[in-house]
Every structure is written in structure tokens, then in C-alpha cells.
Design a protein around this ligand. Structure first.
Ligand SMILES: [Zn+2]
Length: 290
């Protein structure tokens, strides 16, 4: 009859107490693994969200670090040797050094982005720069003036390296191309005077400014090899065409890349120049010249 409990003895009934051991519920191993996987997934998601909480100023700071490219000569040498011997990408190794170590699996999206941006940036010129723009025998000097204050053309920062002629004599120091590439710009601009801009194979723009004279046969569209004469050091610029004498005779070197969403992101040439200068000396030494 409905609603009435059966009086018949239920053989499946187990006593509630004491609970015999064999009736205790044992979670199957598969369930345990699923439970563990869910916990790990939560921990992973938690790590992912917390590590992505970075602010914009931190990103800008990294961007500054990437463009300042402060890598000591010895480190650059090690990186190039390591890249060559292990068939590795020098731009990636350089990026690892500048932005910190290569980001791992648990790294934040921002640090992965920083690393990728640094690699993309360095790839555009690191393989193209082959030599120092001035022969070692000339009396020149240069220091790191990256982002120091300049006043001509309004308050601005210095985005390059100035190699000074210690004798301060126009046209006494020849300037050669640091890379092979194509002459993209030649002629006067008020800031840089007589300047040349060479586009390298991997896409960087190498800017040589304040020249006194150009090498013969160099014009817009010319193809140049590294070591080819571009012109002579001077003090042109800071005014209308032909202006000279506003500063000491020097060569301004600029290196621009496409990076951080900009078509012209300048990087600090100083440490690279130091590296190339040392490399040139070693080549000369190996030939018994220096
Ligand atoms: Zn300069």
C-alpha cells in the first residue's frame, strides 16, 4: 500500500554505528586527481591575475631600459660569442639581459610583452651594425649623453651619441658607414645640418649628423656597404642651410627603430659604439696593424 513502509527485512541495510571499516567511502584515485587539478587551476588563475596587475609607469620604465640599452662591452661580447657558438639569436640574449631574464611560463603578460618588444627592437639593428664610424687613429672622444638636456629647437633630450673631434677642425675626420644599407635621406635639416640617414637591411635607421662635406657619388637611394665613406665630420646645423660654428666639430650618431608602436624610436648608440670600437681594434690587431 502506498505510504506504508515495507515490513520486509531489507538485506541491503547496513548498521550506521559502529561503521564497519569496509563500508567507509573511499574516494577513487581519479576523483582525487580531478580535485587536485581543480585546486591547481585556481592557484594558476590566481597567479595569472595577480602577476598581471602592473601599472603603466612600470611599463614605461621598462621601455626606457630597452631604449637605453645599457649593456657593458664585455657582456655584449659574451652575448655575441654565445650566440655564434650555440647558434642562438643575439637579439634575444640581449633582450634577456636588458629586461631581466627570459620570461618563463608563469611570467606576467606584461613581462612577456616587454621581452618581445626588446627582441623586436634589437633585431632591427643588432645584426647590421658592423663597424665603428671613425678610424681608430683619429683624435676623437665620446661619452654617454643619452637623454641629456639640449636647448636648440626648444627644450628637448639628446637621442644619440656625439663623437667629438678633439682638434675641432672641420673635415679632418672621415666618417664611414656603420652598416650596409640604402641612403634614405641626405641633405640639410635645421637640427642636424648636413646629415645622412641609412636604412639597414633589418630596418633600422642610422642617422649621421652635422657633416661638413659628403663623400662624392653619395645620393638619395645609394647603396652603401659598412666601411664606405659617407662624408667628413663638421659643425653644421642649428639654423638655416649652411649654418656652422654653433658648437664643436662632432658627429651625432642616432639609431632609430620601429618599436613600441612608433616608426621612429631612438635607442642609445653609446654602448654599441663602445663594442664596435673594441671590435675594430681587435680586427686591426689580428691583422698586425694596431
Ligand atoms: Zn648629438
Amino acid at each position: 500500500m502506498a505510504g506504508k513502509k515495507s515490513r520486509r527485512y531489507n538485506y541491503n541495510r547496513r548498521p550506521l554505528w559502529p561503521k564497519p571499516h569496509r563500508y567507509r567511502y573511499k574516494m577513487p584515485i581519479e576523483f582525487k586527481l580531478i580535485k587536485l587539478a581543480i585546486i591547481l587551476l585556481f592557484v594558476f588563475l590566481l597567479l595569472l591575475t595577480t602577476s598581471n596587475i602592473g601599472n603603466k609607469s612600470k611599463a614605461n620604465h621598462i621601455q626606457d631600459k630597452i631604449t637605453a640599452l645599457e649593456v657593458p662591452v664585455e657582456v655584449t661580447e659574451k652575448i655575441f660569442t654565445k650566440a655564434k657558438n650555440n647558434n642562438k639569436d643575439a637579439a634575444s640574449l640581449l633582450a634577456s639581459y636588458v629586461v631581466g631574464k627570459k620570461p618563463g611560463f608563469f611570467s606576467s603578460r606584461q613581462s612577456k610583452k616587454n621581452y618581445k618588444e626588446a627582441v623586436d627592437c634589437y633585431k632591427q639593428f643588432i645584426f647590421d651594425l658592423e663597424r665603428f664610424p671613425i678610424d681608430r687613429n683619429y683624435d676623437y672622444a665620446y661619452e654617454d649623453t643619452w637623454r641629456s638636456e639640449r636647448t636648440y629647437g626648444g627644450s628637448r633630450k639628446h637621442y644619440g651619441t656625439d663623437i667629438m673631434d678633439r682638434q675641432n677642425k672641420r673635415s679632418s675626420i672621415p666618417i664611414v658607414s656603420m652598416s650596409s644599407g640604402q641612403v634614405e635621406n641626405i641633405g640639410w635639416n635645421d637640427m642636424g645640418g648636413y646629415r645622412i640617414g641609412v636604412r639597414t637591411k633589418n630596418g633600422a635607421y642610422i642617422y649621421y649628423a652635422h657633416l661638413d662635406k659628403y663623400a662624392p657619388n653619395i645620393e638619395k637611394g645609394s647603396m652603401v656597404e659598412s666601411g664606405d665613406l659617407l662624408g667628413y665630420m663638421g659643425d653644421s646645423g642649428y639654423g638655416k642651410e649652411g649654418t656652422v660654428g654653433k658648437f664643436q666639430v662632432h658627429l651625432h650618431i642616432g639609431i632609430a627603430t620601429k618599436a613600441f608602436g612608433s616608426d621612429e624610436e631612438w635607442v642609445n648608440p653609446y654602448y654599441l659604439l663602445k663594442y664596435l670600437e673594441k671590435k675594430d681594434v681587435e680586427i686591426l690587431k689580428s691583422r698586425g696593424i694596431f
